[in-house]
Design a protein around this ligand. Sequence first.
Ligand SMILES: Nc1ncnc2c1ncn2[C@@H]1O[C@H](COP(=O)(O)OP(=O)(O)O)[C@@H](O)[C@H]1O
Ligand SMILES: CC(C)(COP(=O)(O)O)[C@@H](O)C(=O)NCCC(=O)O
Length: 395
Amino acid sequence: MDSNIVGATECSDRHESASQIYDLALDIGGSLAKLVYFTKDNNHCVDGEGGVSHKAALEMCNGSRSYPVLKGRLNFVKFETSKIVDCLEFIQSKKIHFGNQHQGVPANSSNNDIKATGGGAYKYADLFKERLGISLDKEDEMDSLVAGANFLLKIDHNDLYPYLLVNIGSGVSMIKVEGDGKFQRVSGTSVGGGTFWGLGRLLTKCTSFDELLELSHRGNNRVIDMLVRDIYGGLEYSKIGLTSTAIASSFGKAVSDSKELEEYKPEDIARSLLRMISNNIGQISYLNALRYGLKRIFFGGFFIGGHAYTMDTISVAVNFWSKGEAKAMFLQHEGFLGAMGAFMSSEKHGLKELMVNQAVQQFPNSVCGAVNKIHGLLNGESNDDGSIDCSVYTG
Ligand SMILES: Nc1ncnc2c1ncn2[C@@H]1O[C@H](COP(=O)(O)OP(=O)(O)O)[C@@H](O)[C@H]1O
Ligand SMILES: CC(C)(COP(=O)(O)O)[C@@H](O)C(=O)NCCC(=O)O
């Protein structure tokens, strides 16, 4: 499996070589450690560095607060939690933890504290302290997920709430969100992304998550899944609303066929597995949306990872179970909700306040959307490397 993951890392490197890394937050989950960090644009610097001066930046701020504003980018990077040492080395190599001590930016006493959420903020606190001298300033995982989702979604308050946030990480959390900081975790399931990857690995011998996903794209689940027509002699069961091709029993054909086990292809197994898990999450999500009268369900977590087929499967499940009443919707940067929320909670950069005042304009409707607009939303407002242009206060 790739360790230092995605293109965002490489592309961010190019940006960073010419930029100042200013602040960082972490979400260390059961499977992946996610980093969100801010790099200042090289041509928009504080006094003395060239580019736009404090004063100019202030004027651009156009707000009542008397702090200069830095323009830059939010960057997104992930590592496998099992290789947390790679994450530590990345932070060390970029000296991100010295952010505020870079030239031109005043140091403060909490320089070596970074915001962190997820179980790993507890599990690895000592490791960060010992290896990097960093104290992890812990933020609650649910608080962070909601703050991150609201930040990425905030287009129009009136339209946004209430919604169900379904975060598909290693496990799944379902959260009813009614406003900023106003939420309740209403349900969850242990059958999540970790289940897909774990079972998939056991069943197919895949060596990476991406390989498993790629396999699933090539497979045919009907070789493994028992359909209604397999049970009903080619017919549908219209009386209870089941078409002939509806899955009656996930993996059910693997016992009714007289095949040798070796005859089942890994790609078909992977496809069945992806459908089973996505359908199950889609169904539980819908039932919770119904329970709380929520029409919109936003899905986050790295299980989705921008993969069109995963989103499509979840959407179909929500559509099927709700008879078209509820909509599955997906965010950009959906795997970074917790890290984004933790980043927002930092007092260092005032991003939250700035966003409310002005940066929200950078997140138009295209950031999110119903699944039938998947391509539109994937093309959202990010840069090619997945980073987002934004501004932070430096005061
Ligand atoms: N490169 C990858 N390595 C491992 N899992 C991945 C990868 N890309 C996507 N995933 C999926 O994302 C899930 C983890 O999602 P994430 O939101 O990061 O959860 P957690 O916070 O529990 O780590 C994994 O269980 C897996 O299904
Ligand atoms: C314990 C967790 C909140 C941890 O978050 P994760 O690292 O999976 O993103 C999550 O795995 C979860 O909600 N699991 C489901 C537990 C349950 O409700 O049955």
